[in-house]
Design a protein. Structure first.
Length: 87
């Protein structure tokens, strides 16, 4: 796919741009879920804290896995480019 200024779009860019947003949305969603459950069960702030911990932990695991996958894919792409340049 061509970019307006020339060159090619890197498909990894979209994934990289959304990583931070995914992390933030997940944490906020789990915190709000914890607040809501605290209001139902009258356990303030226990479930809010648990929601925050679950949101942060899950988001960081997903973030790290995605970053590792993108790094591996980038390494493969770089190796292919070098191979084609040598030929």
């Amino acid at each position: 796919m061509e970019r307006p200024g020339g060159g090619r779009w890197n498909p990894e860019v979209g994934t990289m741009l959304t990583l931070g947003l995914q992390l933030a949305v997940s944490v906020v969603a789990f915190v709000f879920l914890g607040v809501w459950l605290d209001s139902i069960f009258d356990t303030k702030p226990v479930l809010t804290v648990i929601g925050a911990v679950v949101g942060v932990t899950g988001s960081l695991i997903r973030f790290i896995k995605t970053a590792i996958d993108l790094g591996k894919q980038s390494d493969r792409n770089m190796a292919e480019r070098r191979k084609h340049q040598e030929q």
